[in-house]
Design a protein around this ligand. Sequence first.
Ligand code: PRX
Length: 635
Amino acid sequence: MSNYHIKGLEEYFQVYRKSVNQPEQFWGEIAEENFLWRKRWDKVLKWDFEKPEIKWFEGAQLNITENCLDRHLYASADKTAIIFEPNDPLEPAQHITYQELQERVCKFSNVLQDQGIKRGDRVCIYLSMIPELAIAMLACARVGAVHSVVFAGFSSTAIRSRINDANCKMVITSDGSYRGNKTIDLKGIVDVALEDTPSIETVLVVKRIKSDIHMRPNRDKWLEPLMEEASTTFTPEIMNAEDPLFVLYTSGSTGQPKGMLHTTAGYMVYAAYTFKNVFQYNQPDVYWCSADVGWITGHSYIIYGPLLNGATTLLFEGVPNFPDYSRFWDVIDKHKVNQFYTAPTAIRALAKENLSYVENHDLSSLKVLGTVGEPINEEAWHWYNDNIGKNNCPVVDTWFQTENGGIMISPIPFATPTIPTFATLPLPGIQPALMDENGNELLGNQVSGRLCIRFPWPGMARTIYGDHKRFKDTYFSTFKNMYFTGDGALRDATGYYRITGRVDDVIIVSGHNLGTAPIEDVINEHPAVAESAIVGFPHDIKGNSLYGFVILKESGEQRDPQNLRKEINQLISERIGPIAKMEKIQFTNGLPKTRSGKIMRRILRKIAAGEINSLGDSSTLLNPEVVQEIIDTRL
Ligand code: PRX
């Protein structure tokens, strides 16, 4: 039996039991047998959820890029590490071997070093899905710098706040990017962001769309000529196990996005282990995750997890509907993809289109299908299983969070029997607990409550960059000695878990987490707005859409409501990004409030969803009369 690669249900249960009964021995063996260490650890785990302080493999030394790249060169230098499939299907795909990737990472590391980047410095990466994105991240890791990838759909304001929060020294971007039939001026967006970012010294610019852009003297440098001159060797910086590897921002229900800090050794072990088991990757499979590298799914399951396992990982620059709705199936057919991992929102969007888009393609290479990011509804699950997997590929509904580093609850294909909408069982090392609102644990099966994790796992975030108190308050203060996920879940009669959705004010729109308070803050900045409240309501494709209830100032009431709606959404687009725009904006004279002045969102959610006959008790409201008015003027 191998702890590292689980192949059957019985084996899963045995391995799981060991991971709970002897966690240090379990993770110690996996770490020892499957990775390259420059120095062994002194202690596998030290932890205290009160502080909270979590340390895995303390005393060990390593560089994660030696594990992702160098160690594969002995046996598989010519194996394809990354298949790059460009936005335009007429542009040839690129096959980058492990040897070539290692050399390009070394060159980039030399460039970073020449530009003054040292161990511990933070580097912001704002790139679309091109090979340089992967190479830049790995180069940061090789020199010991901390990457902070910002999704290339975010606005200038969002980039600026992330750069300033982490005091980044450098930005890596491109002259623009392709997205379907559009081009996006990434460098222009960065230029605006950098109007107020005192820590930035250098901007490295990748050439992608060959557009004529402004380069600011002394600050902006084209990457290409620097790469041409750079050496193809670079001795990796030897890092300590708990040295930071990256910061990745995720929305909270209030305040600024949280920079989740992931460290080196634990993250490496967990990303590699979960990739191997959840996708049952075997050589020489071709694996494709369609997420963006700007999210945790992309970090762990496009870059680190696959490369740590010597896999071939496909990097797709495009979108599912360009040139038409057959693009995903075209890519799977063209590259004979064996494992495909995507989001429910993409599945729902593609399921709406004519089946002929699917039928014209040979999808027989597929072995495993995955989904992630939000609950998958039964209809989408069946469409995926029937039409893409042809009832022949296990569908793994994988649950995790940016904070977790890697997949936490998921079937193991060919081992765990799947049931639509259930993420099924915890992976080895993961000890879930369901809690009621009073802080009591719900024991046994057929219970539902708030999902917590009672024991550390190697991939968990160690802190929020620059704000350890917020880390403690958000995740470790709601329930004693538990990590609180913010999700609700139920455990059925057989012990399977189904994730039911957020229990806080985070709304998941097309798989993107959006906190309500930060969006409301932006809306309230509009000069015509007095107050606002946002809730989610069900949407066929996006899962949820945003519904805003807005109280106008007197001056706003004179304005054309359609124009005002446009202006408010424009402001959100500029400050946060287009993903946070509201689908509906209802102007109202009041918002239902409790006697202590809190907005009663439960009622607004029901109204937005059209469930006006089950609003529940509103007698405790300060202003019950506004409820009827809001119902009457509902959009
Ligand atoms: O609510 C859960 C939902 O996505 C949240 C985490 O979002 P993020 O940090 O952006 O990471 C997304 C990709 C890992 C969770 O708190 N979520 C994620 N996967 C699932 C899910 N909800 C239901 N089922 C899933 N499989």
